[in-house]
Design a protein around this ligand. Structure first.
Ligand SMILES: Cc1cc2nc3c(=O)[nH]c(=O)nc-3n(C[C@H](O)[C@H](O)[C@H](O)COP(=O)(O)OP(=O)(O)OC[C@H]3O[C@@H](n4cnc5c(N)ncnc54)[C@H](O)[C@@H]3O)c2cc1C
Length: 402
């Protein structure tokens, strides 16, 4: 066949649907390990309403071309639009996210302590930006926000890998200057750049998984499920699955984590060594049937005594629903967690370790020379959100079929 697509998450589905849209005669096949499509963006019905089993997922509105593409499958009138309302629980008090734009919601004496600390931060005293994420937190936000919120919160999300993270990915974080923090305290309203998802869409009736289900349905004759890929031969452009089936193609589009290939034929040793250095973290989602009296769609918990780092308040984005779900780094999940209504995702966050850009750049450039294209969160080992991988999938399909 012409294109073999590994993985039926948003990246693989977008590439495949775009190829299909451009030419119904084009020969392609998607191989997916699980019994259903959607990857991290899958949903399940729990306690009468949808639950996103890969964690809370919302469609950002900043890429209108991506939204239009997805409306072909789940029409625009089947989505609700929300303005983001997310909170941080800090020592038992709730303040809006981002922290540094909403210090004004704390007592005045506490505001003063935070402002004094930010004034002393490296970025405000002329020091140059450090290369490690943990150092950068102190440099950008000062000791107090670092110690009360950013360090413990990120420790919970990234575990022992926190100290290995670089700073090249921080455009994902809100950007609020010291001046803007002071302004917000004086005028009692937030200033600074809006964080991601400041406006987002969520399906009216279904979970986030529905749009990917429909994309999979559109190309149902071109997907094989339950196919766990175990090895790849780069020279023959051939993969083999755990049940011993082999598939070859002119071009391979890989959206699966590179270490899923237990055997790799024809790969240079230095590229293979790079893959061995890639890191990821895992997440557990657990549903609780209690109602929470908050208007926030989600709440961050830096408190290290709690296993979870974020909760999603379902009723605030999923009409007529109840309960909430927690997100916990799998390494922190204690034995008290029951198995019922809990879902583990081995590959949740590709980690932005210091040497990752160089490793991935070398890997992708070499693989492309073999007509194997890494695509999406795992193929490109980047913290991409689903709207980004859809765009990348569409663009790659357009480029290859030009
Ligand atoms: C907690 C959390 C919250 C998030 N929130 C948002 C959000 O609000 N909005 C947003 O847009 N994005 C969000 N994201 C990001 C979003 O999940 C990803 O951008 C998206 O899932 C990436 O799609 P993908 O196809 O690249 O990867 P995936 O969704 O991971 O899909 C990869 C696919 O490959 C398959 N696969 C893996 N190994 C094999 C194998 N050996 N053989 C065959 N198949 C295999 C998997 O089963 C899966 O179907 C969030 C992610 C997390 C972890």
């Amino acid at each position: 066949m012409k294109y073999l697509i590994l993985g039926a998450g948003p990246a693989g589905l977008s590439f495949a649907n775009r190829i299909f849209e451009r030419s119904k005669e084009c020969s392609f096949l998607v191989l997916e390990a699980e019994r259903e499509a959607g990857g991290l963006c899958k949903s399940k019905e729990i306690d009468g309403s949808p639950l996103d089993i890969g964690g809370g997922h919302f469609l950002d509105t900043r890429r209108p071309n991506v939204n239009e593409f997805l409306f072909n499958f789940l029409p625009e009138n089947e989505w609700n639009t929300f303005d983001r309302n997310s909170m941080i629980c800090i020592k038992g008090k709730m303040i809006n996210h981002p922290f540094e734009a909403n210090i004004w919601q704390l007592d005045v004496t506490e505001q003063v302590e935070y402002l004094k600390s930010i004034a002393m931060a490296g970025c405000n005293t002329g020091q140059s930006a450090p290369a490690l994420f943990t150092d950068w937190i102190y440099w950008k936000l000062g000791d107090k926000i670092a110690n009360d919120y950013m360090i413990p919160y990120n420790q919970k999300v990234f575990g022992e890998n926190l100290n290995q993270l670089g700073t090249y990915w921080l455009e994902k974080l809100p950007n609020v200057s010291f001046e803007e923090t002071i302004l917000s305290c004086l005028t009692r309203k937030a200033y600074g750049t809006e964080p991601g998802h400041s406006r987002f869409l969520y399906p009216k009736k279904y979970g986030y998984g529905e749009v990917w289900n429909r994309m999979a349905q559109n190309i149902k004759d071109y997907i094989e499920y339950g196919k766990v890929i175990k090895s790849i031969d780069f020279d023959k452009r051939m993969v083999t699955t755990s049940d011993g089936d082999s598939y070859a193609a002119d071009v391979i589009i890989s959206t699966i984590p590179w270490m899923e290939f237990e055997q790799m034929k024809g790969i240079p040793e230095n590229i293979k060594k790079g893959i061995d250095q890639l890191r990821y973290s895992s997440i557990q989602i657990e549903y609780k049937d209690e109602n929470i009296s908050s208007d926030a769609q989600w709440i961050y918990y830096p408190n290290l005594e709690l296993d979870y780092h974020r909760i999603l308040v379902r009723k605030n984005f999923c009409p007529n629903s109840r309960g909430y779900w927690t997100e916990t780094n799998l390494n922190r999940v204690g034995s008290v967690h029951g198995m019922q209504n809990s879902f583990s995702n081995k590959y949740a966050y590709p980690l932005n370790t210091i040497n990752k850009p160089e490793i991935v750049n070398r890997l992708l450039t070499w693989a492309r020379s073999k007509s194997v294209f890494g695509l999406g969160r795992w193929g490109e080992w980047s913290h991409y959100n689903s709207d980004v991988v859809v765009e990348l999938g569409i663009n790659l399909a357009d480029k290859l079929t030009m």
